[in-house]
Ligand binder design. Structure first.
Ligand SMILES: Cc1cc2nc3c(=O)[nH]c(=O)nc-3n(C[C@H](O)[C@H](O)[C@H](O)COP(=O)(O)OP(=O)(O)OC[C@H]3O[C@@H](n4cnc5c(N)ncnc54)[C@H](O)[C@@H]3O)c2cc1C
Length: 385
């Protein structure tokens, strides 16, 4: 559903009011506690913030990708982790179900997800590698009453709140893309084991860790799409996820810039405001230029997806790679401008600095994005990604 500029501005203003009131005063504390307050998620569900681009008939808000990305950017100025959750029904968790799922699967999983009544997770990464998705070792075999899954996933988010996981496994005795299938596995399935990793560098409120499958039995209707379509399901999920990472990176970079301008105008050394020193001013100027350029790439990517353009995949890799590199540089400069104050755990730029690094790793590392960009440009194979 295309949203005009006025409507988009209205949605952004409402989200900002919510974030100023409910997120800003609490985020430093819940980041340190490594948990998202459940009441925050309930309030977000009440504001329809999980509906994203999911069609109305499947419980979503059917936003165009530009509006969706703009909202993700806005919330990420306060806490990008909430942007992760806002994007999951439209991207990492929901996109595969929307594209490949049956009516019944959409009703059962996508509708409550888009309404914020449930949360889900996506199990792609494994202990031996996340980049090499086709090298998945978690395996399944068909039995009379469904499928039996065995294996281990690592670094899987939403371990605490997900009521189901979209996960990927290869048919026993086979390997590679064509052997891979996607399944929905309820989080209370017997044999499913969750081991959270604590004290992560960034993304701390999200509960991330190991997801182990020990003879987990799922019924035939747990299969998403056809057997052998798992790689395509995984790719649509992570590609949609890249727009979200890029938008979150821009929101985070903007927050770093805003705080750095305010601090540089307030802080004095040698009897002068530090903003008056050329070296500080140049940093601010570079931060602003890079953040604006990254925002334009996010918009280009959103518009490419909305228009169904064939270069949308390329645009997503470019936006994700550039915006996350920018976020990492801008956050580093923001801490530098804040001096020791920027190192204090509860200060926003300090949290941004820790989170920004992780943007360069998730949803396909930036090396993998550069492989995709280069191989798309040259048409040469041999650069996996
Ligand atoms: C906070 C957090 C949350 C996450 N949530 C999820 C989740 O919900 N679901 C999920 O499935 N995963 C999740 N991940 C995992 C994430 O997607 C992976 O970490 C990522 O895909 C990289 O995989 P890896 O860590 O195994 O690195 P590896 O694949 O082992 O790569 C290691 C290094 O080698 C480089 N490299 C690898 N292959 C190439 C190549 N062909 N060319 C050049 N360089 C290469 C990489 O770029 C990287 O620098 C999460 C990770 C984090 C940190």
């Amino acid at each position: 559903m295309a949203v005009n500029n006025e409507e988009r501005d209205h949605l952004v203003r409402s989200l900002r009011q919510f974030a100023e009131r409910e997120v800003k005063p609490r985020v430093a504390r819940y980041d340190a506690e490594e948990r998202i307050p459940p009441d925050l998620l309930t309030q977000m569900a009440g504001l329809d913030l999980f509906g994203g681009t999911v069609p109305l008939e499947w419980g979503g808000t059917a936003l165009d990708h530009l509006t969706y990305a703009t909202l993700i950017e806005e919330i990420s100025k306060y806490d990008h982790v909430l942007g992760v959750l806002m994007s999951m029904p439209s991207a990492l968790v929901g996109a595969g179900i929307l594209a490949f799922g049956t009516e019944e699967q959409k009703k059962r999983y996508l509708v409550p997800l888009a309404k914020g009544q449930t949360f889900g997770g996506a199990g792609v990464t494994e202990p031996q590698s996340g980049s090499d998705v086709a090298g998945t070792r978690t395996r399944y075999r068909q039995v009379s009453d469904g499928y039996v899954i065995n294996g281990r996933k690592a670094w899987i988010s939403n371990l605490d709140i997900a009521s189901f996981f979209v996960m990927f496994a290869v048919r026993e005795g086979e390997e590679g893309r064509t052997a891979m299938s996607a399944f929905v596995v309820p989080s209370d399935a017997p044999g499913l084991i969750r081991n959270p990793f604590r004290n992560k560098l960034g993304f701390r409120p999200i509960c991330t860790g190991e997801l182990a499958f020990d003879d987990v039995v799922v019924p035939p209707d747990a299969l998403i799409g056809q057997e052998g379509e798992g790689f395509q399901v995984a790719m649509i999920a992570v590609e949609r996820g890249r727009l979200s990472v890029a938008a979150r990176a821009v929101g985070l970079a903007q927050a770093c810039l805003d705080d750095s301008i305010a601090w540089a105008k307030e802080r004095t050394t040698f009897g002068r405001r530090i903003a008056s020193y050329q070296q500080v001013g140049a940093k601010l100027a570079d931060m602003a230029m890079q953040t604006r350029a990254a925002r334009l790439l996010v918009r280009e990517c959103a518009e490419a997806i909305d228009a169904g353009r064939s270069d949308a995949r390329l645009a997503a890799s470019i936006a994700k790679c550039y915006a996350s590199d920018v976020a990492q540089r801008v956050a580093t400069d923001a801490v530098q401008i804040h001096g020791a104050h920027g190192v204090a755990e509860e200060v926003r730029v300090s949290r941004c600095y820790r989170d920004a690094k992780v943007f360069q790793i998730v949803e396909g590392t930036n090396e993998v994005q550069r492989n995709i960009i280069a191989s798309t440009l040259t048409g040469l194979k041999g650069m996996p990604g």
